[in-house]
Design a binder for this molecule. Structure first.
Ligand code: ADP
Ligand code: MG
Length: 229
């Protein structure tokens, strides 16, 4: 059997609040995503979706358990190794685009590639290829503030895959868009993932979109459980 692209093994995350109060968000959660698998994560606000995605994206460390990315245990890795994995193997899409405001759409797609050591011309042509795939090549020279919400998210999606990651993590990527735009952008995201054979974990509140994925999981009592519609 091939290694899962992502494997959370008995992961716990406990936040300390004021007055020493503790909130257990994840409590021994285990979960895997295989190669090319698209999984949706559906759970109410405050259930721990973002926490789970941050742990999977190596933005945070669990208080217990292990996070394997491509079979590699990541908890004990040095911060620069975690950054390397994050930069090369993981793409992240947030609910709000988090694009760099001073740079154009094309530059926003080039920057992560340049940080990885790709040449300027190669990064530029890959950026255009992705903008074209997302149907926004005509917006290449626009800054984020000159783009619509749907266009901003399309750039953010393209940026997340610019370095050809193995795993895409999306935190309510269309949660900030009107229903029609959300539907269109989500389907583009889906088609991009399917065409590249990427694996993806996508948090969403939209059950119709969630159902289109290979599998849907939710959070119950701090554990990840499969959800049947
Ligand atoms: P979701 O994304 O499903 O809405 P989150 O993962 O953002 O949920 O949050 C889960 C719970 O953890 C919430 O109760 C939230 O208040 C708490 N939480 C999240 N981040 C922190 C933090 N940095 N410090 C303290 N509590 C936090
Ligand atoms: Mg959240």
């Amino acid at each position: 059997m091939t290694q899962p692209v992502l494997h959370l093994d008995g992961v716990s995350r406990i936040y300390s609040e004021a007055h020493g109060k503790k909130v257990t968000v994840l409590d021994g959660a285990s979960f895997e995503i295989g190669q090319g698998e698209m999984v949706s994560l559906v759970a109410p606000s405050g259930a721990g979706k973002s926490t789970l995605l941050h742990l999977a994206g190596l933005l945070e460390k669990p208080d217990a358990g292990e996070v394997y990315v491509g079979g590699v245990p990541t908890v004990g890795l040095a911060e620069d190794q975690r950054t390397g994995l994050r930069r090369n193997d993981i793409g992240f899409i947030y609910q709000f685009h988090h694009l760099l405001p001073e740079f154009t759409a094309r530059e926003n797609l080039m920057i992560p590639q340049l940080l990885r050591g790709i040449s300027k011309s190669e990064a530029s042509s890959r950026a255009m290829e992705l903008l074209t795939y997302m149907g926004i090549e005509a917006r290449e020279d626009h800054r984020p503030s000159e783009l619509s919400g749907g266009e901003q998210q399309r750039v953010a999606i393209a940026r997340a895959v610019a370095n050809g990651p193995k795993l895409l993590l999306a935190d309510e990527p269309t949660g900030n868009l009107d229903p029609e735009t959300s539907d269109r952008v989500f389907k583009m995201l889906e088609s991009l993932v399917r065409s590249t054979g990427l694996s993806a974990l996508i948090a969403t509140h939209n059950h119709e979109l969630a159902k289109r994925m290979d599998k849907t999981v939710t959070l119950k009592g701090g554990k990840v459980v499969e959800m049947k519609f």
